[in-house]
Design a protein around this ligand. Structure first.
Ligand SMILES: N[C@@H](CCC(=O)N[C@@H](CS)C(=O)NCC(=O)O)C(=O)O
Length: 214
């Protein structure tokens, strides 16, 4: 398998974690998202993904896009260890935790949106962009902090007592929140879960620092 990714992209980070959890080897291919490069807008990359977004996973002849679709594909083709619980209620709850990050937080703070805020006509400065970023982190994490009081079985996982899709989403989102110096004080349960997950080899080997040189 080949993964087109960017080291700091949270959506890419999710897929790297999932590949590691499944014990799948992959060839990483860096796509430089920095504004002065914008490799995601090059014709060669758009031929793989017309959305102009990383990650893209190549498995055989197929190019798969959208991190959650990729992760569910990996979960279905390599079921062990399962990233979703066996029962429908458990699956719905894990997906709800994951989607709270993937739909309500990440899209508002992805690199394309932040670049748009900075450019004309909005021309937001650093403090406005940081306030925007922090707002969506706070709104999302406030709700998740409450959710995990009920869903975490051990204070080390978002749901139950084993790694699920929800954990795969949490760690990259926390990484980005720390990078943008968001106040994480109000979320002790989420921080505790993240601290545990980051010690696991599958998560540690997927961290942006492992891929920092493009
Ligand atoms: N919903 C997509 C989001 C992908 C996404 O936003 N990727 C960002 C990096 S995290 C990107 O490629 N940004 C480039 C751009 O917006 O031009 C997924 O989960 O795969």
């Amino acid at each position: 398998m080949r993964l087109y990714h960017y080291f700091r992209s949270s959506a890419s980070y999710r897929v790297r974690i999932a590949l590691n959890l499944k014990g799948l080897a992959y060839e990483p291919r860096a796509v430089d998202l920095r504004p002065q490069v914008h490799a995601q807008r090059a014709a060669e990359f758009l031929a793989l993904n017309p959305q102009g977004l990383v990650p893209v996973l190549i498995d055989g002849e197929r190019a798969l896009t959208q991190s959650l679709a990729i992760i569910e594909y990996l979960d279905e083709t390599h079921p062990d260890p399962a990233l979703l619980p066996a029962d429908p209620i458990g699956r719905a709850r894990v997906r709800a935790l994951a989607l709270a990050i993937a739909c309500e937080m990440s899209p508002l703070n992805n690199s394309g949106v932040l670049e748009y805020l900075r450019a004309p006509p909005l021309e937001a400065d650093d403090s406005a962009v940081n306030a925007w970023y922090a707002q969506w982190i706070a709104r999302g994490f406030r709700a998740l902090e409450q959710d995990v009081q009920e869903t975490s079985g051990d204070g080390r996982h978002m749901f139950g007592t084993a790694v699920t899709l929800a954990d795969v989403l949490l760690v990259p989102q926390m990484y980005n929140a720390r990078r943008y110096q968001c106040d994480l004080g109000p979320y002790p349960a989420l921080r505790g879960i993240c601290t545990h997950l980051e010690t696991l080899p599958a998560f540690a080997r997927a961290a942006p620092e492992m891929f920092a040189s493009l």
